[in-house]
Design a binder for this molecule. Structure first.
Ligand code: ATP
Length: 306
């Protein structure tokens, strides 16, 4: 019996190891996917880069899922200082488009241009400084709030404070005993989702990028936090080219271009009014949300059961 029990114990610990290994390899594949074969340095840097972004017939398949083409000929253009809102059902390819602007991946075919220049010809380190991303769940590092905002950039405390004020983060930061020296992360204070976003927006402001990538929050923040985050985002959008995965009606209404992404394609493109005038996917999404009694903005990010 002892032997049986022992082999059982061994088996189950092996199973645990196996499952751990599976988990690890999934994570490794995930990381491998995010590392395109791009040169670390080299390529051009453009003085006075205009912040236009253009996709032309972009096709893309994730290396880890060779059987599924995720983007199937995506084309759109956003002019410097304009806003393009990506909307559409879950899994349509919105995040993939945004990730490709940061060049986590290169297109299988077609091209992406920043300021009229093919992304693959630009110095990766340089162009990443022209782009900031504010995601729904921003990653903060286990260091001080000041360092999280300055993000390795050589800047004064005054500059950090100014950015935090613009991002509506200054007041809550001053509420901590250690203020800008407060540690965040596992050994530090825990910030709410809205506070994290405001720190990420302050970081984006410090970087002063010509292009801002935004993933609007889907999960409802409390009303006060929502208002503060929205005001901060409005500040950050000013004077920049913005590509936003949009969930709020006010965002799509104000966008210069709304692009409806569905099954790897842009199926409709135009202003909010133009798209409503068409009897298409966009109008259906809006109507369905209105009928569902959406009060807290519109969530376009729903499963499309057509
Ligand atoms: P959501 O609104 O739910 O975030 P989305 O429109 O942003 O969806 P993507 O996240 O771009 O869509 O996903 C498009 C497709 O690519 C989906 O089928 C998804 O499963 C797949 N996908 C996304 N990320 C990866 C990845 N790292 N590896 C493999 N497949 C992926």
């Amino acid at each position: 019996t002892l032997q049986v029990a022992m082999s059982f114990a061994m088996l189950s610990s092996l199973y645990g190891d196996f499952m751990q290994a599976v988990g690890a390899s999934i994570r490794i594949f995930d990381l491998m996917d995010r590392k395109p074969e791009i040169p670390i340095e080299g390529g051009s840097q453009i003085v006075d880069m205009e912040g236009s972004v253009e996709f032309q017939d972009v096709f893309f398949t994730y290396p880890s899922r060779p059987d599924t083409q995720v983007l199937k000929g995506v084309s759109f253009k956003v002019e410097p200082g304009q806003v393009v809102a990506l909307v559409g059902p879950s899994g349509g390819g919105k995040s993939t488009i945004v990730n490709m602007i940061e060049r986590f991946y290169d297109p299988e075919s077609g091209w992406i241009r920043l300021g009229g220049n093919d992304l693959t010809t630009l110095d990766p380190q340089w162009f990443r400084q022209q782009i900031s991303m504010v995601s729904q769940e921003p990653t903060l590092f286990a260091c001080s709030i000041k360092d999280n905002i300055s993000y390795g950039k050589d800047c004064t405390l005054e500059e950090v404070v100014e950015a935090a004020k613009q991002a509506n983060a200054h007041n809550f930061i001053m509420g901590f005993e250690e203020q800008y020296d407060t540690l965040v992360g596992e050994r530090g204070v825990r910030l709410s989702g809205g506070q994290k976003q405001r720190v990420a927006i302050a970081r984006a402001l410090i970087m002063n990028p010509s292009i801002l990538l935004l993933d609007e929050a889907t999960s409802a923040l409390d009303a006060e936090s929502e208002h503060l985050v929205q005001e901060a985002i409005d500040h950050a959008m000013k004077g920049r080219t913005v590509i936003v995965i949009a969930h709020r009606l006010s965002t799509v209404r104000n966008a210069n271009v709304v692009a409806v992404v569905d099954k790897g394609k842009i199926v409709e493109q135009g202003t909010h009014e133009e798209l409503l005038a068409q009897d298409g996917v966009y109008k259906r999404l809006v109507l369905r949300q209105l009928m569902a009694g959406a009060t807290n903005g519109l969530d376009f990010n729903i499963n499309n059961d057509k």
